[in-house]
Design a binder for this molecule. Structure first.
Ligand SMILES: [Zn+2]
Length: 367
């Protein structure tokens, strides 16, 4: 995969990283006017769902798309379709070009024909938001030949919202394109799933993120780089955030505490263990983050012990993890894992942090 601007048949001049095949497929569908009326973009946060949606919208809006009509210039301004639109001169630039007025408006989020529907801080995306979509559906697009609705967190749509949307998916006006972004499709109704192909966005590989960081002068010592890659979990945005010096210091400190805790358990050194726990602090979010890391570490040790070949989520060296895992019995790791998970629940439910952590250590049998 190229990390830089890549002008091929269905190029990627926006320099988007990851999801190359998916982008190529969708760009080809745009070029050949073969888009469905709706797609579900399914993937974890950070896996590029928004980026893919933006790319599709830009490809539709790009002045270099074959058959795209651009507005006539009027008094030095663009007056959309007041005069006969001018067909785009034949070019062989890949779409989206990323530079024309059409692309620019989409990429800057100011295209009047791209509508983003979000849940605005609420837990679910309710029927009211979808009703507003339905009300605006039959108003023709302003500048494009397509009216694009990007629905974020689609998996949080209430059943009523989904049923309301279904009416639009069943018989949409010909110019409408729905892009439903979701993290898992299990909460979507079968009827929705049957109307829109599910396209999976994939997180980037560690190798891809590493090269990207290096080519952007984020050069880090090997062990710090591993810590960033683990924390980023395939998200380039997250990797960039974590690799700045302050965040990096934070994650290295957190990992230091988790390592100390696990070593304390492994070598039955209660002082090391209680010292580490005392530094978990008293901020609920921070403690939850630490417990999540601890849970990943224990999970890794369990998997390594069973010699399963899975991608480790906490440890960077499989041999070191295996050696550490040997100092535990499977049973002790399982009870530690259960204790950590239940502590996470308790902290989420506002239980006392100190008591919960002590209880966690006691019930895992490590204190
Ligand atoms: Zn363009």
């Amino acid at each position: 995969m190229s990390l830089h601007t890549d002008h091929n048949d269905f190029g990627n001049p926006l320099g988007i990283l990851g999801n190359t095949r998916l982008l190529q497929r969708l760009t080809k569908d745009v070029s050949e006017s073969r888009l469905s009326h709706a797609y579900i973009l399914d993937g974890k946060p950070g896996s590029g769902r928004h980026t893919v949606a933006r790319h599709v919208a830009a490809a539709i809006a790009c002045y270099h798309r074959e058959g795209r009509q651009i507005p006539a210039a009027q008094d030095g301004q663009f007056g959309f379709f007041d005069d006969d639109p001018i067909p785009v001169p034949e070019t062989h630039l890949p779409i989206p070009c990323g530079a024309c007025e059409g692309c620019r408006k989409v990429l800057e989020g100011i295209s009047p024909d791209v509508h983003v529907i979000g849940r605005e801080g609420k837990a679910t995306l309710g029927v009211d938001a979808i009703r507003r979509v339905r009300e605006s559906l039959y108003i023709s697009p302003v500048e494009l030949d397509t009216k694009i609705y990007v629905i974020e967190d689609a998996e949080t749509m209430t059943p009523q919202a989904q049923n309301a949307l279904l009416l639009s998916l069943e018989e949409p006006p010909p110019y409408v394109l729905f892009l439903l972004l979701c993290n898992g499709t299990e909460h979507l109704l079968e009827t929705i799933l049957s109307r829109a192909p599910v396209l999976k966005t994939q997180p980037m590989s560690d190798g891809e993120i590493r090269s990207y960081l290096q080519s952007n002068r984020r050069t880090l010592p090997a062990s710090d780089m591993e810590a960033v890659l683990i924390g980023a979990d395939g998200s380039i945005g997250q990797a960039l955030t974590l690799s700045d010096s302050k965040s990096l210091k934070d994650i290295l400190r957190q990992r230091g505490l988790i390592d100390a805790f696990i070593k304390g358990c492994a070598h039955k050194k209660k002082n090391t263990l209680t010292e580490a726990v005392s530094q978990f602090g008293s901020k609920r979010e921070e403690v939850l983050r630490l417990l999540s890391l601890l849970s990943l570490a224990v999970r890794d040790l369990l998997l390594v012990k069973k010699a399963e070949t899975v991608r480790l989520k906490y440890y960077t060296q499989i041999e070191a993890a295996a050696e550490l895992a040997d100092t535990f019995t499977t049973r002790s790791l399982l009870s530690l894992y259960t204790a950590v998970e239940s502590a996470k629940d308790d902290i989420t439910q506002n239980r006392n942090i100190r008591l919960t952590l002590t209880h966690m250590c006691l019930s895992a049998g490590v204190l």
